[in-house]
Design a protein around this ligand. Structure first.
Ligand code: ZN
Length: 486
């Protein structure tokens, strides 16, 4: 973490991934102008280019939330101390990380306020007022907001004291409906991650020790990034009746009895941006999947001869044609920089497709296209260019996904042997799938000895019939996915 006033200069070069992956990541984030350190310890500034990615992520998620029947609302940033203290597990989980407000203006507050680390408590308090009868259910509300969790060690986008996120909070009549909702939203996250971010994720259940404080069950999606570590990219919690009982969220059921609601909550955050950088980037910098790229195509006019009268108008006409097809385009017509400099710059900033056009291309009625993911170049006729570009963007999106799947497969090992497990975690890490007995002690011991944690128990993994726990040799209850993680 940087100190409050000492903001390091922007890197001039990007450190190669193989040399220092963590350094590479920070270099890319700062050089591509996605985010920067701020004068506030542990807090980042999301710069316009990074924020544009967040807006595209938001739009794609928000559309999915609404398609599944959810609506947006907004709840206060401040939570009275007494509310946070009501649910004991929840308090224990969050108390070490909360920021307090103790004064308002010149006066000490009668009751301290917490800056929301998450909103179950304040939203639960409101649901208790809003729910009377089964007819008021389900409540399907999402909030887009910022939250604060006091962090000692931070990393831009992946872990910061303040971050942006969405939190869904729902209330249901039955346990089955709540479970269905919890799983449904995890599936929404998975679809979003894979379709929009070209980021394959493993969906499954968190262990008891890794679940959300106050939940009955937590499900997660886990991505694998290019240094073989895992990133938890989203979580969905079945809260059962825990919060309903504490916050007194009751309703008259269809049979006239009085019941507590069943709750869920689910969230993803600006950490997704960190995940996408680490999933796709290379030594040249960022590689953005077209669907979340602020600019999908950058057009670089080649300044030869009277280019402003010839090349530039043609470049503008191409831009207009692409924009009409809802493609996000940037023309880089700065005279202060050479085309070669611009090529490097936009490559480093991850623009999926570069289109260059000069006087010779105009003569031949063609343009030069360069893909960021493969760094291959080709010429395309001006005729039918819009369709061609659309197709290429689709191809790039798919290619990035396929490459990430292949990388994950390559870095996933199944083993029953703890020796092999330890070797993998010491060397080139990745996912290791191993039988586990279900005991928190084995899980904790493995973590202490190897730094690897159980990311989740995938829905897709077959029960380990007849297998023995990796650590204690007791009967295994699950095939767990282990990894070192961010
Ligand atoms: Zn065991």
């Amino acid at each position: 973490m940087t100190t409050t006033t000492d903001i390091p200069d922007l890197p001039t070069e990007i450190t190669p991934q193989s040399q220092d992956f963590g350094r590479w990541y920070l270099d890319v984030v700062r050089k591509a102008e996605l985010a920067d350190y701020s004068p506030v310890k542990g807090c980042m500034v999301i710069r316009p280019y990074g924020y544009a990615i967040w807006e595209l992520i938001q739009q794609a998620l928000d559309r999915r939330f609404k398609e599944t029947g959810h609506v947006n609302a907004y709840f206060p940033l401040f939570i009275p101390e007494s509310l946070l203290m009501k649910e004991s597990e929840h308090v224990e989980g969050f108390a070490p990380q909360v920021a307090w407000v103790t004064r308002g203006g010149n006066e000490d507050l009668e009751e301290r306020l917490v800056i929301r680390p998450t909103s179950e408590t304040i939203i639960g308090t409101m649901y208790a007022k809003w729910v009377q009868s089964w007819r008021d259910l389900p409540i399907l509300i999402n909030q887009w907001a910022n939250v604060v969790r006091w962090e000692k060690v931070t990393r831009l986008f992946l872990r910061t004291t303040e971050f942006l996120w969405q939190e869904g909070h729902t209330a249901h009549e039955t346990a089955e409906e709540a479970e269905e909702e919890t799983r449904k939203m995890l599936a929404v996250y998975k679809d979003f991650a894979e379709t929009e971010m070209a980021m394959p994720v493993m969906d499954g259940q968190k262990t008891e020790s890794e679940k959300f404080a106050g939940a009955e069950r937590t499900y997660s999606i886990e991505a694998m990034v290019r240094d073989g570590r895992a990133i938890q990219a989203g979580t969905s919690h079945n809260l059962g009746q825990n919060f309903a009982k504490v916050f007194d969220i009751k309703f008259q059921a269809r049979d006239k009895s009085v019941q507590f609601v069943y709750g869920t909550s689910w969230g993803v955050s600006t950490r997704l941006i960190g995940s996408v950088i680490m999933t796709h980037g290379d030594d040249g910098g960022l590689i953005l999947p077209p669907r979340i790229a602020p600019y999908q195509v950058v057009i670089v006019p080649i300044p030869r001869g009277n280019w402003k009268e010839t090349v530039l108008p043609k470049a503008q006409a191409i831009r207009d044609e692409l924009v009409a097809r809802s493609i996000r385009v940037k023309i880089d017509d700065r005279e202060s920089q050479t085309p070669g400099w611009k090529f490097n710059e936009w490559e480093m900033r991850g623009v999926p497709l570069r289109l260059a056009i000069g006087p010779k291309d105009i003569e031949k009625s063609q343009v030069e296209l360069a893909r960021r993911d493969t760094r291959t170049k080709s010429f395309a006729p001006m005729d039918g260019l819009g369709t061609h570009v659309e197709e290429m963007l689709k191809t790039i999106q798919q290619a990035l996904y396929d490459r990430a799947v292949a990388f994950r497969t390559e870095h996933t090992t199944e083993t029953d042997s703890y020796d092999e497990f330890k070797q993998i975690m010491e060397g080139r890490p990745g996912f290791v799938v191993s039988p586990w007995c279900g005991s928190a002690k084995c899980e904790a011991d493995i973590k202490t000895e190897t730094q690897a944690t159980i990311r989740n128990i995938p829905f897709s993994s077959a029960p380990p019939v007849g297998k023995k726990c990796l650590k204690c040799n007791g009967d295994a209850v699950a095939a767990a996915w282990f990894a070192k993680s961010y």
